[in-house]
Ligand binder design. Structure first.
Ligand code: ADP
Length: 399
């Protein structure tokens, strides 16, 4: 079965077409500036040329139509016709408490997704738009929703509740949801395979470190705690997000800057984190360069990030009463040997020993800990699209 995986943002749409026989990537691409003018980058994996041009995209429907046109075109295509695409899998950011696993999309699911909009006002509307656009262009092809939050629905109350009046949970659904669940699920499963043990017997900590970063404690294959919270701003300092801060800072800043809560929340989401501290960049590559040139604030931002990751890992070791393996993934986790080394310097008390040579490698599933290390440390490139495609196939074939 061939599966189209869609990750829809408010003005963008990322896609991959996978052949589940051999789990082979056939094509991938990106629609940008939807609703503004429109640009399509389409990369077939069969040797045909890359398409990289402006295409008018007043709405997501034209974007999906353009993607399908390219996927089936004689010049850039990878399939003969749209009928070869057996199903569509959508990344959906928020499934609230309703969805603890992936589901086939029907009218009831669409209603439930709409109910989750207040929990993810920027993301869920875009995901819903993407689903409707696929329906408009592809008709009755089965569609499946795979949620960022679903993996974390196994967290116990002591981990997901906030210590605020209980009615805010029951009436307004304020609780920790956690995100990056698809990634944490994928890398923890791979880690168990690499370690040659059933995941049910392992305590793992997965560090997803990209533009957004989150850490997850996975006990016996189940998420038991995670650093993002009610929204993805919580937990670690990130590229531009502040992570956990004292909530009273909002009132204090409002009184002293004249900015309202909405404006300040935008600053905490978009101008904070390592960008805010360093004043240099949200990109860790830029920070590395600046820090090496003697920029103290860039060095401080990096130190704060390493420290926060190490502290969170330590708290999850306590939460699970032990750890067998630690995983690094996503843009920073997969590519930055220095970040991994700096974080692991804090973790020698766990009996962790890093092999500097292994830590230099890139782009493959590897152990970066030594043979003798008491806790295994791994780098595992994440593959959220593959998880979405696998779930979609399993759900559609199980019908
Ligand atoms: P997203 O959260 O948007 O999916 P990614 O997982 O792709 O992000 O991570 C992007 C981030 O990864 C970049 O902003 C950059 O900070 C970081 N990154 C990528 N390559 C490197 C590298 N070689 N060294 C350090 N950081 C890197």
């Amino acid at each position: 079965m061939k599966i189209l995986v869609i990750n829809c943002g408010s003005s963008s749409l990322k896609y991959q077409l996978l052949d589940m026989e051999g789990e082979k990537l056939l094509a991938k691409g990106l629609c940008e500036r939807i609703g503004i003018d429109g640009h399509l980058t389409h990369k077939p994996q069969n040797g045909r040329p890359v398409f990289n041009e402006d295409v008018p995209m007043p709405t997501h429907t034209e974007a999906i139509a353009a993607v399908l046109e390219k996927l089936t075109s004689p010049e850039y295509g990878v399939v003969e016709s749209m009928s070869e695409i057996g199903a569509v899998g959508h990344r959906v950011v928020h499934g609230g408490e309703k969805f603890a696993c992936s589901v086939r999309i029907d009218d009831a699911v669409m209603d439930a997704l709409a109910e989750c909009i207040p929990l993810a006002p920027l993301h869920n509307p875009a995901n819903i738009t993407g689903i409707n656009a696929c329906k408009a262009v592809m008709g009755d092809v089965p569609q499946v929703a795979v949620f960022d939050t679903a993996f974390h629905q196994t967290m116990p109350g002591k981990a997901f509740m906030y210590p605020i009046p209980y009615s805010y949970y029951t009436d307004l659904k304020v609780r920790r949801y956690g995100f990056h669940g698809t990634s944490h699920r994928y890398v923890s499963k791979r880690a168990a395979e690499m370690m040659g043990k059933p995941i049910e017997e392992l305590k793992l900590i997965s560090c997803h470190m990209g533009n957004g970063s989150s850490i997850c404690a996975i006990d016996g294959g189940k998420s038991v705690d995670t650093s993002m919270g009610f929204t993805p701003i919580a937990g670690l300092p990130m590229g531009t997000r502040c992570g956990d801060i004292d909530v009273s800072i909002l009132e204090y800043l409002s009184a002293n800057t004249g900015k309202n809560i909405k404006e300040l929340t935008t600053i905490l989401n978009k101008m904070s984190g390592v960008l805010g501290v360093s004043g240099v960049s949200s990109d860790f590559r830029d920070l590395d360069v600046a820090a090496n040139q003697g920029n103290d604030r860039a060095r401080l931002a990096l130190d704060m990030f390493h420290y926060a990751v190490a502290k969170t890992v330590g708290s999850y070791v306590a939460a699970m009463n032990g750890v067998d393996g630690i995983i690094f993934t996503a843009g920073i986790g997969e590519n930055s040997a220095t970040t991994r080394a700096e974080i692991c310097k804090y973790l020698t008390y766990l009996g962790i020993e890093i092999c500097p040579e292994c830590n230099k490698k890139r782009g493959e599933d590897i152990f970066i800990s030594t043979e003798d290390s008491k806790v295994k440390v791994m780098v595992i490139p994440t593959n959220e699209e593959l998880v979405i495609a696998r779930d979609t196939r399993d759900i559609v074939e199980g019908l």
